[in-house]
Design a protein around this ligand. Structure first.
Ligand SMILES: [Fe+2]
Length: 166
């Protein structure tokens, strides 16, 4: 019994952290949309912003399923990656090099999200919360797909830089 209570407490904390991660990203992504020059990258950031809003809604559904009021636990990790991204937005001139850096930053953000969702899925699975696992897995699948999309766009923008060099 104690073990279950501790596992649930750990899971609840991670739900709050994930909720903060998604909410911080909702605030940060519009700046990334504005900063991108490449239309594909700009559109990718825009669609990720819409997906991120859906991820927050899914977490709110999970909070309801486990009888919790949605609340946030500050993620210093995502804040740090967002600060790195802001540095690119503020200090790099617009163009393909900035786009490559922004796509790389987006991949850092996605990977941070992915590993946090993976942990939450393992915890929910351990607690026997099958419906919760399914919702978390839906989001993880979208995060992984987004990461692959950013990798493709980044490589296209890298080609543009190579073309500039020759
Ligand atoms: Fe997300």
């Amino acid at each position: 019994m104690t073990r279950i209570v501790n596992s649930m407490t750990a899971f609840q904390l991670n739900m709050k952290t994930l909720y903060d991660i998604e909410k911080q990203l909702e605030r940060a992504l519009p700046y990334m949309v504005d900063a991108a020059t490449d239309v594909d990258l700009k559109n990718s950031f825009q669609s990720i912003l819409e997906e991120t809003r859906m991820h927050s809604i899914r977490l709110e559904q999970i909070f309801e399923m486990i009888d919790m009021t949605p609340s946030k636990h500050i993620s210093a990790g995502i804040r740090g990656i967002i600060e790195d991204t802001s540095d690119i937005i503020i200090n790099e001139p617009s163009g393909p090099i900035k786009d490559v850096l922004l796509a790389g930053a987006a991949r850092s953000l996605e990977h941070f999200e992915m590993v946090n969702y993976m942990t939450a899925i393992d915890e929910a699975d351990n607690l026997g919360l099958d419906g919760v696992v399914d919702l978390l897995q839906d989001t993880l699948d979208e995060e992984e797909y987004a990461d692959q999309k950013f990798a493709i766009v980044m490589n296209e923008d890298l080609k543009k830089i190579e073309d500039l060099d020759f």
